[in-house]
Ligand binder design. Structure first.
Ligand SMILES: *Cc1c(COP(=O)(O)O)cnc(C)c1O
Length: 419
C-alpha cells in the first residue's frame, strides 16, 4: 500500500479496517482527563477483553454454589477445563491439538522443556541463544547448564550481531550452526527478540539445527498472538510462551507450551512428573504407577488455576473469531504505517532498529533516538502514550491489530515530533 502523510488518510484506513469493531471488545485505559490513552504496550501487558469478567464470574459462581463438586458439575467442569482452550491454542501457533497445553508460567515451562530437551554430553553440551536475550531466558539456560555440571562460560554460546549492527543476520546464525552444530545440544531462540523486535526465521533455524542433530526450541513470548506461527510444520522440537503480552490473558496469565508430536510417546525423554500428567481415566485411582497422558498434557504437573484459564479462554475466543491470518494482515499495515510516518516526518534524531522486512518483524518497532531518548519517552508518556523505555536507548512501541487504530499512530507521531 502507498501510505500518505495526512490525517484524512489515517482516518480512511480506520474506516476500512475489518477489525474496527474489535477495539470495542477491550477496555482501553484512560488518562487523568478521561481521555483514551494511546496504548502501545500490548507487548508487555495486553488489554483486558470485556468478556473476561463474565468468563471469570462463571467460575466464581460455580465455586460459590458447588464447592468441590464444580470439578465435575460446573457449567464448564474444572477437571477438563484446560481442554476447552486446546483447539484455539493449536490454531494460534500452528500445532496439532495434542501438541499444545496451557500450564504454569513461561520461565517454568522453559525449564520443564529443558529438562526434556537439554541433555548435554561431554562432546555436545552447548546451548546457542541469541545475544541480548530476555534476562529470564538467559538465567534459565545458565542455570540448566550449571545444573548439569557444565560451565556457562564454555557452554552458553550467544549469537551476536555483527559489530555496528543491531539485527542478527540469519545467514550468520545458519553458518554458526553449520560450523559448531556438533557441539550444540540445544538451540533456544526467541521467536521475536523483545528488544529489537527482530523475528527470527524459525523454520530455517530448526532445519539447520536438526541437520546437525541439535534440539531446537523457541520462546514465543513476543511471537504468540503477534506472528503467524506454524510450529508443527516447521518441525520445532518445543516452544513456550506467556499469555499476558499479545495474548491478553491478564497479569501473570497462564502460559503455553508446545511439544512436537514425534516426542509425545517417546518414553526415553526425561520429564518431571506430577499427577496432572497422569492418565486421565485412572488418575483418581491414586496409585503410584505413572502412566503419562499420550499428549503434551503429560508435561503438566499440577491442577491449573481455573480463574486464570477462564480469563485466557475469553481472549483466545476473540483470537479464534478474528483469525491470525487476517490479524497479521492488519498488523503489517499498521506497523508499516508507523514506520512510514516516523521516517516521513523525521527530524534526523530518530532511527528504527527493528528490521524493515515484514517477514523479519512482528508489530513492534524499536525506536532509537540519537539524542535525548529518555526525555522523549517522558514526553510521550505525559502526553498519553503508553510505550516503554528499555535501557540503554530504545523506546518500544507495539501497535496491536486487535485494538490499536491508525489514528493512534497519527497522534503518536504528532507527539513524537512536537516541539
Ligand atoms: C516476557 C518474557 C519473559 C517473562 O517470563 P515470565 O516467566 O512470564 O515472568 C521471559 N522471556 C521472554 C523472552 C519474555 O519476553
Amino acid at each position: 500500500m502507498k501510505y500518505k502523510n495526512n490525517i484524512e488518510f489515517a482516518q480512511s484506513l480506520d474506516n476500512n479496517d475489518p477489525f474496527k469493531e474489535y477495539r470495542n471488545k477491550f477496555h482501553i485505559p484512560a488518562g487523568k482527563e478521561g481521555n483514551e490513552l494511546i496504548y502501545f504496550a500490548g507487548n508487555s501487558l495486553g488489554l483486558q477483553p470485556k468478556t473476561v469478567r463474565q468468563y471469570v464470574e462463571q467460575e466464581l459462581l460455580d465455586w460459590e454454589k458447588m464447592g468441590v463438586e464444580g470439578h465435575m458439575f460446573a457449567r464448564n467442569p474444572w477437571l477438563p477445563y484446560h481442554e476447552f482452550l486446546t483447539d484455539q491454542t493449536a490454531a494460534l501457533v500452528g500445532a496439532l491439538p495434542e501438541e499444545v497445553v496451557n500450564m504454569n508460567s513461561l520461565t517454568v515451562n522453559l525449564h520443564l522443556m529443558m529438562v526434556s530437551f537439554y541433555r548435554p554430553t561431554p562432546s555436545r553440551n552447548k546451548i546457542l541463544i541469541e545475544a541480548n536475550a530476555f534476562p529470564s531466558d538467559h538465567y534459565a539456560v545458565q542455570s540448566q547448564i550449571k545444573y548439569h555440571g557444565y560451565d556457562p562460560e564454555e557452554s552458553l554460546v550467544e549469537m551476536k550481531p555483527r559489530p555496528g549492527e543491531d539485527i542478527i543476520r540469519t545467514e550468520d546464525i545458519l553458518e554458526k550452526i553449520e560450523n559448531d552444530g556438533e557441539s550444540i545440544a540445544l538451540i533456544m531462540f526467541a521467536g521475536v527478540n523483545y528488544y529489537t523486535g527482530q523475528a527470527f526465521e524459525m523454520e530455517k533455524i530448526t532445519d539447520a539445527g536438526h541437520k546437525k542433530g541439535c534440539f531446537v526450541g523457541f520462546d514465543l513470548a513476543h511471537a504468540a498472538g503477534n506472528l503467524k506461527l506454524d510450529l508443527h510444520n516447521w518441525d520445532c522440537d518445543f516452544a513456550v510462551w506467556c499469555s499476558y503480552k499479545y495474548l491478553n490473558g491478564g497479569p501473570g496469565a497462564i502460559a503455553g507450551a508446545f511439544v512436537n508430536k514425534r516426542h509425545l510417546l517417546d518414553m526415553t525423554i526425561p520429564k518431571f512428573w506430577g499427577w496432572w500428567g497422569q492418565d486421565k481415566a485412572t488418575r483418581f485411582l491414586m496409585d503410584h504407577d505413572f502412566r503419562p497422558i499420550p499428549t503434551v498434557e503429560s508435561w503438566q504437573l499440577s491442577n491449573p488455576p481455573i480463574l486464570q484459564l477462564a480469563a485466557l479462554r475469553a481472549s483466545l475466543d476473540i483470537f479464534h473469531e478474528a483469525g491470525m491470518d487476517a490479524l497479521r494482515e492488519k498488523s503489517e499495515l499498521l506497523t508499516g504505517y508507523m514506520e512510514y510516518l516516523v521516517y516521513e516526518n523525521n527530524n534526523g534524531n530518530i532511527e528504527i532498529i527493528t528490521p524493515e522486512n515484514k517477514t523479519e518483524r512482528g508489530c513492534q518497532l524499536s525506536i532509537r533516538a540519537k539524542q535525548n531518548g529518555k526525555f522523549l519517552h517522558k514526553k510521550l508518556n505525559s502526553a498519553g502514550v503508553i510505550c516503554d523505555w528499555r535501557e540503554p536507548d530504545v523506546i518500544r512501541c507495539a501497535p496491536v491489530p486487535l485494538y490499536n487504530t491508525f489514528m493512534d499512530i497519527w497522534k503518536f507521531i504528532e507527539i513524537l515530533y512536537s516541539e
